[in-house]
Structures are given as C-alpha cells and as structure tokens.
Write a protein that binds this ligand. Structure first.
Ligand code: SAM
Length: 222
C-alpha cells in the first residue's frame, strides 16, 4: 500500500492522528528532504526508515519505490510541507503506482492553498489554483494575461525572492487588483495582508520579507 500522507505546513501540531499512526507503521517513508522530515519524525518518536524522493531523483527513485511496493511493503509518501502532489514531486510516484495497480490511499491534512484561501476572505465557492508563476518576467506576464477574464478566485504559490516581481507584474497586467497575501501560515510570523498589488509591492519592497507565500485575488468580485 502507498499512503499519500500530508504533513504540517509549519506548525508541527498540524498533523492528523492517522498520519502519525501510518508513519509509525509503514516499512519506509519516502520524503522530499529526509533532514526536514526527520524533525517531524523525531518530534513524534517515529523510527521508520526514511529515503529521499525529490525533484531531481524522482524518475529513478520512483522506479525503486515501485519495486519496494511490488514486494508487498508499505510506503508513506511525504513532502516538505502539506499535501504530496500539490506543487511538489509527489505526482510522478502516485501516477506510476496507479499504473501498476498498487493499492493507494490518501491521508489528508494541511495544504497551503486551502489554508490561505480559507483565511483570505475572498470568494471560496469557486477558485483556480495556478501553482507557481513562471520565473521569467515575459512568461509570467503572459500567464497573467491569460487570466485577465478569470471570474474565479485565483491562487498562486510564491517564494520570498520573487514576491515583489510577481506583485509588480500583477499590478501592471491585471490592473492593480486587491491581493490577499498569506505569509508563513501556521508559523510564528503568520500574517494575512490585503491591499492593492501596488500597496503590497510597496510594503514588501520596504520590508524585504522572508518566508513562504500564497497570493490570492479575485478580479470580478470583492
Ligand atoms: N505540497 C504543499 C502544499 O500542500 O501546500 C506545497 C508545496 S510547494 C513546493 C511550496 C509552496 O507552498 C511555498 O513556496 C509557498 O508558496 C506554499 N507554502 C507552503 N507552506 C506555506 C506556509 N506555511 N505559508 C504560506 N505558504 C506556504
């Protein structure tokens, strides 16, 4: 059995009882960064062996993990934060396991986009998750152009070194909409900051923030 297991997005207490049980009982935990996951396993006295499964070894490693599963062993897939497969390398292994008729189950839990959206105060009845915006400004602006007529709440993931560039492009391409920016969710410096893209650009250029971000906006409704 492959257990797709959600882990916290910051606060170590945001893990389900079932996830702890699964992580204790499986034969192997496949983790994006074993050092990172070891903080969690140590905290909960989990001594299951860990192996790394990340972006740059995902092809080779998913074949290895498939073999382990085919031998009848159980594997829990975890990533650095939140729900495996959501903007992280989980997808490849999940697909491969499905194609090979390995039994799979999900152990749901924290996910930054859902946490951010529920905190945002923006319409939640219908939304679209766009993952990370492209790195290059031209590609980023093209992507934003394509979203001009989007009626649903739009959600992006963003990193600290690109946040101001993304806000500048949102301001210029999408007509300076109100953006809800959730930073460091569930952590000590958690904040939700709402303002026009230009206001947030000004704020983050000045404060040079660290941490992780979820950017959300709705172009048609407040
Ligand atoms: N699988 C994860 C999930 O379920 O949300 C997402 C993995 S993705 C590689 C990492 C991105 O998620 C970060 O760059 C950030 O945009 C977002 N993220 C993760 N943890 C966060 C947090 N505590 N606060 C705000 N954003 C977070």
């Amino acid at each position: 059995m492959l257990y797709i297991t959600s882990t916290p997005i910051g606060n170590l207490k945001d893990i389900t009882l079932r996830a702890i049980e699964v992580l204790k009982e499986v034969d192997l935990i496949a983790a994006e960064d074993t050092r990172h996951t070891r903080i969690l396993t140590k905290h909960y006295d989990i001594d299951t062996p860990l192996t790394s499964y990340f972006e740059h070894n995902k092809f080779k490693k998913s074949e290895y993990l498939l073999k382990v599963l085919q031998e009848g062993k159980s594997v829990a897939l975890v990533t650095d934060a939140g729900t495996p497969g959501i903007s992280d390398p989980g997808y490849r292994l999940i697909k491969l396991a499905q194609e090979n008729n390995i039994p799979i189950t999900v152990v749901p839990g924290a996910c930054a986009l859902v946490a951010g959206l529920s905190l945002s105060g923006l319409p939640t009845d219908s939304f679209v998750f766009e993952g990370f915006l492209p790195n290059k400004s031209s590609a980023r602006r093209k992507k934003l152009e394509a979203l001009k007529d989007e009626k649903r709440t739009i959600i992006f993931y963003e990193s600290p070194h690109r946040i101001t560039k993304a806000l500048k492009d949102i301001e210029e391409v999408l007509g300076n909409p109100v953006v809800a920016c959730a930073r460091e969710l569930t952590k000590k410096f958690e904040e939700l900051r709402k303002g026009t893209a230009a206001e947030l650009y000004e704020h983050f250029s000045r404060t040079n923030p660290k941490g992780e971000f979820v950017l959300m906006l709705n172009l048609k409704r407040e």
